[in-house]
Design a protein around this ligand. Structure first.
Ligand code: DTR
Ligand code: CA
Ligand code: ZN
Ligand code: ZN
Ligand code: ZN
Length: 284
């Protein structure tokens, strides 16, 4: 997989920050900042040659939107998905939660286009609405998949908070094969990882897991406190939350650890390239 330039990822975060500032200070479901964020992401993908679609739904009396982007080609009976929720809470710009995941997924998709990558499997990228209201957008997407379309999704990779300022390196433990892809990548970089245990049912992979689709993902931590042992292996500050600005107005572009964002962006690309390349059945 190509290196993902962290400067490019941070440029998307700056855009999300500006969008929030221009739209009442947030990017929350039902607020103009959310749709403006979606339009930004969609514009980049359309320009890069993706086939994009907007899926509309209603939640709490407001219209919500999912953005789905398909990279033309690959075996459409074997789909690899990578996604992130694009909405913030109402209290702020939501740059770590979850601009970080949204920006890294976007930059990985743009890298696919830049490289002219032709994977054996079909790649689909997604940005979810209304995650903060209770995983609403991703659940709507999964619930509206036909059984046939559901059976074609080989994996869903979730990225929700991957740039926390006092980061841990957590790998979802839901599917062993997917977990191994990420764990091995970090091990090769000399970065120890822990399995992510607090998140089951707490982010957008839940709806995919509930219908039997293999899921995986990465996480750098939210409101929980980093232990002394964790600080010894990862650096940062023991006794301090992984993200002290979780769901707060201080979740801005200054609330990002660049090393964590870079490593997780590169790991994300590695996961997409690795899982996208293999085909379990030979092409016709
Ligand atoms: N619920 C997510 C934040 C979150 C909390 N624990 C985990 C574990 C894995 C992924 C995400 C999370 C949110 O506030 O968007
Ligand atoms: Ca990189
Ligand atoms: Zn959140
Ligand atoms: Zn989140
Ligand atoms: Zn899990």
């Amino acid at each position: 997989a190509p290196d993902i330039p962290v400067a490019n990822v941070k440029a998307h975060l700056s855009q999300f920050q500006s969008i929030a500032a221009a739209n009442g200070g947030n990017r929350a479901h039902g607020r103009p900042g959310y749709r403006a964020s979606l339009d930004y992401v969609k514009g980049k993908l359309d320009a890069a040659g993706f086939t994009t679609s907007i899926q509309q739904f209603t939640s709490s009396g407001a219209t919500g939107y999912n953005l789905i982007a398909d990279w033309p080609g690959g075996d459409t009976n074997q789909v690899i998905m990578a996604g992130a929720h694009l909405d913030s809470v109402g209290s702020g710009a939501g740059i770590n939660d979850n601009g970080s995941g949204s920006a890294a997924v976007l930059e990985t998709a743009l890298a696919v286009a830049r490289e002219g990558y032709r994977p054996g499997k079909h790649l689909r990228f997604a940005w979810w609405g209304a995650e903060e209201l209770g995983l609403v957008g991703s659940r709507y997407y999964v619930n509206n998949l036909s059984a046939t379309d559901r059976s074609k999704i080989d994996a869903y990779l979730n990225f929700d908070m991957i740039g926390s300022p006092n980061p841990g390196y957590f790998v979802y433990d839901d599917d062993p094969a997917i977990e191994k892809v990420f764990k091995d990548w970090f091990a090769a970089k000399g970065v120890p990882t822990e399995i992510e245990t607090e998140g089951d049912g707490r982010s957008d992979h839940a709806s995919f897991k509930n219908v039997g689709i293999p899921v995986g993902g990465l996480f750098t931590g939210a409101g929980r406190t980093k232990t002394t042992a964790q600080a010894q292996k990862w650096g940062g500050t023991a006794g301090r939350a992984f993200d002290p600005c979780y769901h707060s107005s201080c979740d801005t572009t200054s609330n990002i650890n660049d090393t964590a964002l870079d490593r997780n962006s590169d790991a994300l690309a590695h996961g997409v390239w690795t899982l996208g390349s293999g085909t379990t059945t030979p092409p016709p």
